[in-house]
Design a protein around this ligand. Structure first.
Ligand code: UN1
Length: 510
């Protein structure tokens, strides 16, 4: 595979780097990475040791002392160069993401584009990072707030977005003057190693010290726990399941660290009687089967008004009938494999539970076999008629299962169903009725972090803040003013007079 060579992936790779220097640990076990696309062996990664983490933290602490003094627009210049490198390697990195994770090449390339977009965004942001000025109640006083670099930021990313989620966090954190540790998912470490190789040239060309962008591939139970507990890391951004996030959030909170939690979703699309079905259908199908249902924003529930239910059911099954399932590197395929056989088990199990609770599988649900599906991770996306209260419908299953749910009466009933889960990431309504759309967006409407009109639940742009409420964790990454989380805020009051008046009219004379 040409792209592996271009990205500097060797047969055996070290798992931790302080920037350009790799720690040569080989005694902590080796991760053997197989492609879910073909089942073939790609390469291996030596897991890092706790000692390696110590080295990373030491170099990060040193680097922070320097990096925080570099003017923010100059830090932005480094991020601009990283964005350009990513442009150069877009096809190669997109291909590796697709090969290692199993998402379609289109989506792999899209993921790298998200990285490039956030680089551009962060470059612009680097000339802003502004606070407010306030009016003081005291004469000859000035008040303002300002933002300073926070310190070491760690990004713990999940397998489903092997590279983009790191960039959302690390590029913003970098312009904010923070230094970065990246702990990628052990299911997709090669994509992370490739990123480290891509940014290496920028670090060398600009003579930057080690410790600004570091990487550690290691066990959650040892390296992960150490990171969560380490007081030297003021901010940890965690993307993963609600279970992973609940534990991480608790540990980090105990030491008063800051966490950005971006956890599970149970995203729904509402279709009202005034839906434009032609437009809605591709959004639903892309949302439900894109990345084989393994996005946190994947569409898991379709809440349809009873008056159009049969029609929607028919066009949906027809659309699913046209899906091409197969090697994600082949651009004609819409749906690639699940990440591994455990995910296939979860898929099967969820379908079984749905049926036990009274659901009806009306399309798909098979595990594919044969020469083209050798990895054993390919499934036919399923559509299941179900009710919102089913236990399994209430859960996030990371697989292409779309629950078809009927509502009657007013749009408020659909909104109640949409909100009637513990997660709160993404949501959409398809309607041409502005009253319904505005109700959905109102204070009585969707309770999610993302609420869209006539757009699906997945595929958010980087310009908006990304994240959700309830068990999704409440964190926000990426655009809008999310950068503020990566900085420490300081309120400053300056007295340029000769008297010392106290606030609130308090008199204190000595
Ligand atoms: C994720 O699945 O963790 O909105 C992130 C989307 C992508 C990001 C998904 N931009 O689907």
């Amino acid at each position: 595979m040409e792209f592996l060579k271009k990205l500097g992936i060797k047969e055996k790779n070290f798992g931790s780097s302080t920037g350009t220097v790799w720690n040569e640990t080989t005694d902590q076990g080796e991760l053997k990475i197989y492609s879910p696309a073909t089942g073939e062996y790609i390469a291996s990664v030596y897991q890092a040791s706790e000692n390696d983490l110590g080295k990373l933290l030491k170099s990060s602490e040193e680097a922070f002392k320097y990096w925080r003094t570099v003017p923010a627009p100059k830090r932005g210049e480094i991020v601009r160069q990283i964005g350009n490198k990513l442009r150069e390697y877009k096809k190669d990195l997109g291909s590796l993401v697709s090969f290692e994770m199993g998402k379609s090449l289109q989506e792999g390339m899209g993921e790298v584009q998200e990285m490039i977009d956030i680089c551009d965004f962060a470059v612009g942001q680097s000339r802003q990072l502004y606070g407010f000025t306030m009016q003081s109640e005291r004469p000859m006083h000035r008040m303002y707030d300002q933002y300073h670099p926070l310190g070491i930021v760690c990004t713990i990313s999940a397998f489903n977005f092997p590279v983009a989620v790191w960039a959302w966090n690390a590029m913003l954190a970098a312009v904010c003057g923070d230094v970065n540790i990246w702990k990628p998912s052990s299911k997709v470490p090669l994509s992370a190693i490739a990123c480290q190789n891509i940014i290496k040239d920028v670090l060398v060309e600009n003579k930057l010290p080690e410790g600004i962008f570091t990487l550690i591939v290691g066990k959650g139970s040892t390296i992960g726990e150490k990171i969560l507990n380490d007081n030297r890391i003021p901010l940890i951004s965690v993307t993963g399941s609600t279970n992973v996030g609940r534990h991480a959030g608790e540990v980090i909170a105990k030491r008063f660290g800051r966490a950005i939690l971006e956890l599970g979703g149970n995203n729904a699309i509402i279709m009202t009687p005034e839906v434009d079905l032609k437009m809605a259908m591709p959004a639903v199908v892309f949302g439900a089967v894109g990345t084989a249902g393994q996005r946190c924003t994947s569409t898991r529930r379709l809440i349809v008004h009873e008056s159009i239910y049969d029609k929607v059911k028919e066009s949906l099954t027809k659309a699913y009938g046209g899906l091409k399932i197969g090697n994600p590197l082949d651009e004609k395929n819409h749906v690639g494999p699940l990440i591994d056989k455990n995910a296939v088990k979860d898929f099967n199990n969820a379908l079984k539970l749905a049926v036990e609770e009274g659901g009806k599988v009306i399309y798909g649900g098979q595990v594919l076999e044969g020469e083209n599906y050798k990895s054993g991770s390919y499934v036919v996306p399923a559509i299941v008629e179900a009710e919102n209260h089913y236990k399994i419908v209430q859960e996030e299953t990371f697989a292409p299962i779309l629950y078809l749910i009927k509502y009657s009466g007013d749009v408020k009933n659909a909104i109640a169903l949409q909100n009637g889960v513990v997660q709160g990431l993404s949501s959409s309504i398809f309607t041409n009725n502005m009253r319904e759309a505005e109700m959905f967006l109102s204070a009585e409407g969707s309770d999610c972090g993302i609420a869209n009109v006539n757009i699906g639940t997945s595929g958010a742009e980087i310009g908006g803040a990304f994240g959700g409420e309830k068990e999704t964790g409440g964190g926000r990454e990426s655009g809008s003013d999310s950068w503020k989380t990566y900085m420490r805020r300081q309120t400053n009051t300056i007295n340029y007079g000769t008297a010392l008046p106290l606030a609130q009219g308090i008199k204190f004379e000595i």
